[in-house]
Design a binder for this molecule. Structure first.
Ligand SMILES: Cc1ncc(COP(=O)(O)O)c(C=O)c1O
Length: 395
């Protein structure tokens, strides 16, 4: 039976951040989780574990690491040794562990802005120096899209005299939703190898490909690149189990892996037993039918959102994400024309009662943008977009 992604499930009585942070009359289209139940095999596996009733300490076992390696092989033909897989509590903790293993205070780390908020915050939390290569806005086919400014990217290495120890890549990119081509990834990797910079590739959204888009894992490009890359993957976004907290660092380089594991141990980033159960079921292949249907649903939601914004929200430009359930909306024109006098985030929250993410939080290049989460039943998406339209037409 097809999965009913149109079904609206009330999350208000749960402890969901997305649904409880704002007043009840607000449509929440912000935090990156979806309003869909996880696939049945995951729920069944969790039920079985819960029925057993004993929740003692557990270590991620070889079978779990093997299921991660098998998934990489199946999806990308990428051969990963199960010994290269290091389980972590999530991908934010996963890249913080990488930053701690690779950088001393005063060292540099490179990011491509605008980018997922916590990428920006590593500077203040670990005393390392943020080096930015801003993505440049292009108007491919009259639509919002981004390209790498190669000159700026190259110049960002070792900027300000701080040695760039880590390049933290978001692949696919949040918030633009873009994937990177094999050529682009190879060129980025080449510059990292040249500068002796370790690549940390956050690939949390890599299984949420829309339409015919394809993902290329950074670590799969060549053995040489793999030796200098930490690839972070997780079932959390794909199968909507983010609240369980489980991710994996794939580190083929043994010396790097040992350094990384030492940080993971020091911080005791141990994965909860139920998260291990869910991850094993998620990567087993049993949920792939559900995932195919989910991707089709999200692709249709993306196309609907793009069509709506382009036809009904005059003055707003939208990205056409290749991946993720996140759209990136440029509202600069509305601000420049004076139609919006506050930040677009505040405007839509106050006037439309729609909660989006404030683009300013994504760092350089994010001001006057908002990020919209379309991982929800179509009816909720329509309601949110209609409210935004009404708020703009009343201006
Ligand atoms: C690029 C990226 N990395 C990491 C995360 C969060 O990962 P976790 O919840 O596993 O820490 C998100 C969540 O939206 C994300 O978009």
């Amino acid at each position: 039976m097809p999965i009913d992604f149109d079904r609206i499930i009330n999350r208000r009585h749960t402890n969901s951040i997305k649904w409880t942070f704002f007043d009840e009359d607000v449509v929440p289209m912000w935090v990156a989780d979806m309003d869909f139940p996880a696939p049945e095999p995951i729920i069944t596996a969790l039920h079985t574990a819960v029925e057993h009733g004993i929740f003692g300490y557990e270590l991620p076992n070889q079978a779990l690491r093997e299921s991660v390696a098998a998934r990489m092989k199946k999806l990308y033909g990428w051969k990963v040794d199960e010994k290269s897989v290091v389980p972590v509590t999530g991908l934010v903790s996963g890249f913080y562990a990488a930053a701690s293993a690779l950088c001393q205070p005063g060292d540099g780390y490179l990011i491509q802005t605008p980018v997922y908020m916590p990428f920006n915050d590593i500077q203040k939390n670990l005393g390392v120096i943020r080096q930015e290569a801003q993505l440049i806005k292009t108007g491919k086919n009259g639509r919002l899209s981004y390209a790498i400014d190669w000159d700026g990217f190259e110049k960002a290495f070792n900027a300000g005299g701080s040695k760039t120890k880590m390049f933290l890549l978001c692949n696919p990119h949040n918030p633009t939703g873009q994937t990177y081509s094999r050529e682009e990834l190879s060129k980025m990797a080449e510059l990292c190898l040249k500068n002796n910079t370790v690549i940390v590739s956050d690939e949390i959204h890599s299984e949420l490909m829309l339409g015919s888009a394809k993902h290329v894992p950074m670590g799969s490009l060549s053995p040489e690149i793999a030796q200098q890359t930490i690839t972070l993957v997780a079932p959390s976004k794909t199968f909507n189990i983010a609240g369980l907290f489980c991710g994996f660092a794939i580190i083929p380089n043994e010396e790097l892996r040992e350094r990384y594991k030492a940080v993971v141990e020091r911080m005791t980033l141990h994965v909860a037993s139920l998260a291990q159960v869910a991850a094993q079921a998620a990567f087993s292949g049993q949920c792939d039918g559900w995932l195919a249907e989910l991707r089709a649903y999200l692709t249709a939601n993306r196309d609907f959102a793009v069509g709506f914004v382009e036809n009904e929200l005059s003055g707003v430009q939208i990205s056409v994400p290749d991946a993720t359930y996140l759209a990136w909306l440029d509202c600069n024109e509305l601000v420049a024309s004076g139609k919006i006098k506050t930040s677009p985030y505040e405007f839509f929250l106050k006037e439309a009662r729609v909660a989006l993410n404030d683009g300013a939080a994504f760092g350089t290049g994010g001001k006057n943008f908002v990020r919209l989460n379309f991982g929800c039943p179509r009816e909720i998406l329509v309601e949110g977009l209609e409210r935004m339209k009404k708020a703009l037409t009343q201006k």
